[in-house]
Ligand binder design. Structure first.
Ligand code: MG
Length: 273
């Protein structure tokens, strides 16, 4: 009988120990707010029996007032609102941006004056940008209203007049140039305004310059998901494979493709993530 008691006690101890281990292993992140992480310590084999056990009130979520009718949200950094090009410089020589500032609140590529980029550098961002291909159309393929939005100054989301204008699919509108074919072609008719809403997470590098974590990009084109959290393989060159030079924050860059693209941009803002 005494032996039976001892066996029972040992078995109980082992079971409790196992349960604690399972509990520990099953602890799981259930919510992230900014950099704060809520861990539900009790998530385990014990199923909650009340709704309150799975409801959290801290930390508070920041309040952002959304923009009305295309206006930027309250915490956005406005990079272009049509009033000036003051937030932009020439990528060629860092002098004032030489693109055309239009009376309708947009700007247009000034052919062969070079790319322009923001004065400010960014890492992870949410970006809103609107662009328009011009009428009348001219030229074909990659030469028809080619521009581009370069994240971190080096990863291109292609801008192109794709309407009745076939080209290589990994270089068409909405592509991550020569890396990721878009999931859809969602352009509005030529001459109308397109929107790109882009989520960008930068790659990470170690002290020796080696990439330790890939970046990723999500692109929504006129409300249509065209890049779904794709992995950035590296830079997006016209010729050659993607490269992975180490970098920190970088500018947002807009492309002058150098063939009279006449592409226009407006309403550009970012939220740092
Ligand atoms: Mg381009």
């Amino acid at each position: 009988m005494k032996n039976l008691y001892i066996l029972f006690a040992v078995t109980t101890l082992v079971l409790v120990s196992c349960q604690e281990k399972v509990k520990e292993e099953k602890s799981e992140v259930i919510a992230e707010v900014g950099n704060a992480v809520i861990v539900h310590e009790e998530y385990s084999g014990t199923e909650p029996t009340t709704p309150e056990e799975t409801e959290f009130y801290e930390p508070k979520v920041p309040v952002v007032k959304p923009g009305v009718m295309g206006a930027p949200p309250s915490d956005a950094i406005v990079l272009f609102d049509g009033s000036s090009l003051d937030n932009w410089i020439s990528s060629t020589d860092s002098t004032a941006a030489k693109w055309h500032l239009n009376k309708d609140g947009s700007m247009t590529v000034n052919d062969k004056t070079g790319n322009i980029q923001t004065k400010q550098n960014f890492g992870d961002i949410q970006l809103h940008i609107e662009w328009k291909s011009p009428l009348p159309v001219q030229m074909e393929g990659q030469h028809r209203a080619n521009s581009g939005v370069f994240l971190n100054g080096m990863y291109e989301v292609q801008v192109l007049d794709q309407n009745d204008n076939p080209t290589y699919v990994n270089g068409q509108v909405g592509s991550i140039y020569k890396q990721h074919v878009p999931l859809a072609m969602a352009s509005v008719p030529t001459g109308e305004w397109n929107t790109y809403d882009i989520i960008y997470h930068a790659p990470e590098f170690n002290e020796d310059g080696g990439k330790i974590k890939s970046g990723n990009i999500t692109v929504i084109h006129n409300g249509v998901l065209v890049q779904d959290h794709i992995e950035i393989k590296g830079t997006t060159p016209y010729i050659g494979w993607p490269k992975n030079p180490p970098h920190g924050k970088g500018p947002l860059l807009l492309q002058d493709h150098g063939d009279d693209s006449r592409v226009s941009y407006r309403n550009i803002w970012v939220r740092e993530l």
